[in-house]
Design a binder for this molecule. Sequence first.
Ligand code: MV4
Length: 666
Amino acid sequence: MKKIEKILIANRGEIACRVMRTCRMLGIATVAVYSEADAAALHVEMADEAVLIGPAPARESYLDTAKILAAAQQTGADAIHPGYGFLSENAGFAEAVVKAGLVFIGPPASAIRAMGGKSESKMLMEKAKVPLVPGYHGEKQDEKLLKAEAEKIGYPVLIKASAGGGGKGMRVVESAKEFSEALAGAQREAKSSFGNEKVLIEKYLVNPRHVEIQVFADQKGNAVYLFERDCSVQRRHQKVLEEAPAPGLSQATREKMGKAAVAAALAIDYVGAGTVEFLLDAKENFYFMEMNTRLQVEHPVTEMITGLDLVEWQIRVAEGEKLPLAQKDLKINGHAFEARLYAEDPSRDFLPGAGQIGFLRYPMESAQDDHQVVRVDTGVREAPFGDGDVISIYYDPMIAKIISWGKDRAAALKNMQDALDNTYIAGPKTNINFLRALTKNKDFAAGKVNTHFIADHHDALLPEKSAPANETLALAALGILTERGERISDDPWGDLSSWRIGGGAADTFTFKSGEKEYPIVISYPDLQITLPDGETLRADYAGSSFDRGFAAQLDGKRYDAVVYRDGLHAHVMYAGHNEELVYLDPLHAGEGDEETSGRLTAPMPGKVVAVRVKAGAKVTKGQALVIVEAMKMEHTITAPVDGVVAAVNANVGDQVSEKHELIALK
Ligand code: MV4
């Protein structure tokens, strides 16, 4: 048994920070690696030592095995933790680490390889008697045979790319007459995405749940399961909200799934933390999907219900120690949720976002009777003096994970709702309001989750933009008033109004949301606010509640608010609310907002992959004009109205920055 004294974390952001937290607790020194884009990042600040490994693109830094190994040698690290993503499931990397005489904190390369291919891993699991979705996952790929297999399975079937993941190369086939076309489509997509057109065919499960089992194995052949997580709530095949245990799962099924997952791990001589993913149908039949041979993003919910530190277990196992606990010693305590805060725009099909954080306040981490109730895992902060971290286009747009615990599901959910209500963020578009709607949804509260949850509840979770609430408008106006008053005193509203006596007796603040304008009148010295619908509210200043915020009483009710201004945009934030309004500042009259100006800009930095129109072309509302690729996804810029193309400022292959004008419309 060899004690690990210094760990290099071959990753960035939230996971790098997470691993370092445990290292600190265990007295293990840490080495961060970072790209040029991350020189000021939190994970670099947290580490004992940090090594620059290259430019921003991950291929030239976080995915460069040679540079990472050189950083480990140079700093005398004795182990490498890969985190998740990047090189965490790269068998070649695991091998290279060991060959360099270092400890790889993860499974052996052979186990990573065994689970690397969909068809191959299913073959192994079949042998280990882990239940599979009825289907065909053989080598032979001629159409006639595949179609006969589909017939045998019975429609509907699902064609999946063998090398696939993330839903790419997947086709549901309802009947025999659709088979050939669907197969060709799946093969084409598989070829272009994975360079391999091999497919497998499965019985298509209707509305399954995604339930996964956390497993742990040591180097002595012991393995346990740390129960399940339900990760059914996904969009674009990416998880947004996870929980443990799975709501409504029977104890009998839990045990069966746990034992199947342990059998899967033992079948491939697994070591360390792993996750066996299953699809679960309404009758609690479960089927192996794949095994993730790493620690996962959502591991905190397991930590919250078991009271364990999974990174500590990973390190102990890597040192050669026996698993700290046996199966009989493991118990579920309460319930936990994890919500992933992303820079993305839910109203535009969750388009990933990028940009600088302008304002950021996470909910307070808290504990109750020695049990942590709210936890925030992040690698992103609002640096002092408003110089916020940048969510870069080069990496994953996750900002933070908000994790909650409670003695039962209802208590944990309430704690999550409160934590999300107290998360204040402005800058790039985020999914904060979406997460709030999700956790307040009745079906979600009832535990009725499955993999179609977001699609099935689309309208409730993503409502059309509605008129701002009166208190939102009132606080927006008070925010502008505070901005002005702060320059003169500690009681900005009171002094402003007394100072004004004899001058004007009222001010009008006009905001725009959607197409509508909302004038708000504040009269002095009584601070009476008149809203566009005629309602009036009496305002009292209640202090500057937190950094750059203010507290207000509106007709006696207290609000802790922040109005963050980014040019003409005013982000109004108070408990449970996050709304962007346009402030029609009389000092900047005439600066129209973009939406009405006919300038179509790049939604994010990226590469132009298609230009569909020429100057002078007549276009109709909704017509695709330009396609920009960013973060491996294509974003189509469409005409917002009927019009004529005045100018095209984009060529295929151009690298464009955010807000670069692509098309001008008349
Ligand atoms: C399925 C399925 C229904 N039946 N397989 C989607 C991604 C890939 N990893 C597996 N996926 C699915 N496989 C059969 N036989 C439904 C899905 C699925 C899904 C699975 C897990 C989480 C979210 C999902 C969203 C849509 C479809």
